[in-house]
Design a protein around this ligand. Structure first.
Ligand code: WQD
Length: 341
């Protein structure tokens, strides 16, 4: 069996960390990326960790012909599809960009994976498909999905539906959607990590950039929510744990003798508030972070974290790293970026 795995968006944050874990597990990852939302410097970081160049197919995931011609030439044992835009706020400002890239891109790669061959397929979905779980802070795969409030979240909701409908049309396919919670942190080598282009949307890069002096202070959006300390609660998962989950997902699909379609939560099973993350960052990295409380951010879910029983039962996977590991690795990565400036 070929050990080649086509990883769309493989130069991105989660994609690049998954490239490392696939290599460690003996696979030969191939990056499909057009670097619209990532930097080619990632390739150097990957070479530093893995010790060799990673095969690159430079192009747009919506270019079905490019992918089909590659797959006719090269035997590939699996496809992991990350390539998408993922900023909730940006998606509200630019909905057409998100619907075109995220939905068209998914249809394109699914056609390439399923029309001429039956290549096991892992989809990068998101806990945003749950929206604000009505009074149910912990969500399992059985928790009802709600139509997400952002175009980003809706592209993931629709993406899962597309995959489900595809499976109903051909139940020999092997398909899996992984619902990520909040990925944070970086590889321990500090050679790869989250590289937000422009002002970050997410909490951790904003924390590390504030600590690095790029921003004067962190704004904590909301302090009067009905939570442990008034700030929003999320399930923050170390990006390397998330990457390892993708290897487990691929290996599950490769073991199947017939078709399957699975949807799996990938989180730690534990909720942490914004303030708890900030305090962990301060304690682990021995510094005081400059922050202030600001008005609630529209569209924010108050509290959500994963029930991860199914990931353990189906994939034999569970998160191993803590919030402290993640905030330590995130800061080391931030310092390594600044050292190169
Ligand atoms: C987390 C908390 C903010 C920035 C993310 C991704 C999305 C999806 C789900 C994978 C919220 C607060 C943030 C800041 C703050 N992941 N915050 N100050 O909104 O849960 O969505 O996870 O698909 O792609 O965007 O993550 O990091 O933006 O916010 O107070 O400067 O941190 O209000 O409560 P979110 P986030």
């Amino acid at each position: 069996m070929s050990k080649k795995v086509l990883v769309t968006g493989g130069a991105g944050y989660i994609g690049s960390h998954t490239i490392v874990e696939l290599s460690k597990a003996g696979y030969k990852p191939v990056i499909l990326d057009d670097f619209r939302n990532s930097d080619e410097s990632v390739l150097k970081g990957l070479r530093g960790i893995i010790g060799r160049d990673i095969e690159l197919l430079k192009g747009d995931v919506s270019n079905t012909a490019l992918i089909q011609s590659y797959l006719r030439k090269e035997a590939v044992c699996g496809i992991i599809h990350f390539a998408a835009n993922k900023a909730v706020g940006e998606s509200v400002e630019k909905p057409l960009l998100y619907y075109q890239n995220n939905v068209e891109g998914l249809v394109s790669i699914l056609k390439a994976a399923s029309e001429e061959q039956n290549i096991p397929f892992v989809f990068s979905s998101s806990c945003t498909v749950y929206g604000e779980p009505k009074g149910q802070k912990e969500v399992s795969e059985q928790t009802a999905k709600t139509i997400p409030t952002s175009p980003y979240g809706f592209t993931k909701w629709l993406g899962e539906q597309i995959i489900e409908d595809l499976f109903h049309s051909n139940n020999q396919l092997r398909l899996m959607s992984l619902r990520y919670f909040n990925p944070i942190g970086a590889h321990e080598s500090a050679l790869i990590g989250e590289l937000p282009i422009g002002k970050p949307n997410n909490l951790l890069p904003f924390i590390t950039q504030t600590a690095a002096g790029i921003h004067e202070k962190l704004k904590i959006f909301g302090a009067d929510y009905p939570t442990v300390d008034g700030t929003c609660v999320r399930d923050y998962i170390h990006v390397v744990d998330l990457a390892e989950a993708h290897v487990k997902a691929l290996e599950f699909l490769l073991k199947q003798q017939s078709g399957c379609h699975e949807v799996v939560n990938i989180g730690t099973g534990k909720g942490s508030s914004v303030l708890e993350v900030v305090h962990a960052f301060e304690k682990v990295n021995n510094m005081a972070l400059n922050y202030e409380f600001a008005p609630n951010r529209p569209g924010d879910v108050i509290e959500i974290y994963a029930n991860v029983d199914y990931a353990e039962a189906l994939l034999g996977w569970q998160a191993k790293r803590s919030i402290n590991d993640a905030v330590r690795d995130a800061w080391r990565w931030e310092q390594s970026i600044r050292a190169k400036e």
